[in-house]
Design a protein around this ligand. Structure first.
Ligand SMILES: Nc1ccn([C@@H]2O[C@H](COP(=O)(O)OP(=O)(O)OP(=O)(O)O)[C@@H](O)[C@H]2O)c(=O)n1
Ligand SMILES: C[C@](O)(CO)[C@H](O)COP(=O)(O)O
Length: 256
């Protein structure tokens, strides 16, 4: 079968192996509660809400795969069964690595051969709306090899010469704000394109803070679709306060 005539199968990989140092002491960030439910469970549900996603691979803390499996079994999707299914979505759990890049790679390695496109979604973005997920999937299915959701910036951004913490840092320049976007997840890819980037960039030893950045370095064009304010990343303590407020509002206004 040629690549063009192969049926699409989209999977989501959720890197959830980080510690959450910036959030402060406690359990690994993805396992911390948001509205009484682990953040990771919200993130898995956010992917599974998309009808396009039939498989979710969760990348657990290196020594936490069994705990994460139990936790997911205790929190099935609406329509799934406790200790059993997540409805029509399969959920695999694999152990992660020391860096986000290694964790994503572990998730990619677990994908079955019939997957053609993949979403990479931070466990730390538990509240991304399904409309954002679907618009990324649609752009990939329409032929874009790499797609990121992103928002315009509210703040002006300065490039600086980084100094010691607390010391004034010289400003090197002010990029034109209208050309800047703050990038979110899920980021969507043609699977072969992303695998090639992971192989190439890992071999050359360069780091990358997001997957699209790695694809860019291979010379492939990445496109942006509109992100969503509620797809923000829970990074610092104030983000958790905001996430609790957004979740409480959703629960009060719909059957979330
Ligand atoms: N070794 C790592 C590091 C990060 N992540 C995941 O990558 C996502 C985005 O990373 P970030 O928000 O930076 O999470 P942490 O690394 O946990 O945060 P911190 O840098 O504050 O420790 C998170 O879902 C995190 O679990 C991962 O799977 N494996
Ligand atoms: C992938 C990402 O969420 C896009 O904004 C971001 O780069 C992750 O960065 P982090 O430092 O690992 O949180």
């Amino acid at each position: 079968m040629s690549d063009e005539s192969r049926p699409h199968r989209t999977a989501a990989v959720i890197p959830a192996a980080g510690r959450g140092v910036r959030l402060g002491p406690g359990a690994p960030k993805a396992l911390r509660a948001l509205g009484g439910t682990p953040m990771l469970v919200h993130a898995v549900r956010a992917m599974a809400r998309s009808r396009a996603v039939s498989l979710v691979v969760v990348v657990a803390p290196p020594d936490g795969a069994t705990e994460v499996r139990h936790l997911l079994d205790e929190h099935p999707l609406p329509g799934g069964t406790p200790g059993g299914s997540w409805g029509r979505t399969d959920v695999l759990v694999v152990p992660g690595g020391e860096t986000r890049q290694e964790s994503v790679r572990a998730g990619l390695d677990a994908l079955p051969a019939d997957v053609t496109s993949v979403l990479i979604h931070d466990a730390a973005r538990p509240l991304v709306p399904v409309e954002t997920v679907d618009s990324v999937v649609e752009a990939v299915r329409d032929g874009a090899p790499a797609v990121v959701p992103a928002l315009p910036l509210a703040d002006t951004v300065k490039e600086v010469e980084p100094g010691r913490p607390g010391e004034p840092e010289p400003v090197l320049g002010t990029p034109e704000r209208a050309r800047l976007r703050a990038v979110q997840t899920p980021q969507g890819f043609d699977l072969k394109t992303l695998l090639h980037a992971h192989e190439t960039i890992a071999v050359s030893g360069e780091g990358a803070t997001d997957d699209a950045g790695m694809v860019e370095r291979t010379g492939v064009t990445v496109v942006v679709v509109p992100g969503h304010e509620e797809a923000f990343k829970v990074t610092r303590p104030l983000d958790l306060v905001l996430a609790e407020a957004v979740l409480a509002r959703r629960r009060a206004t719909d059957a979330y």
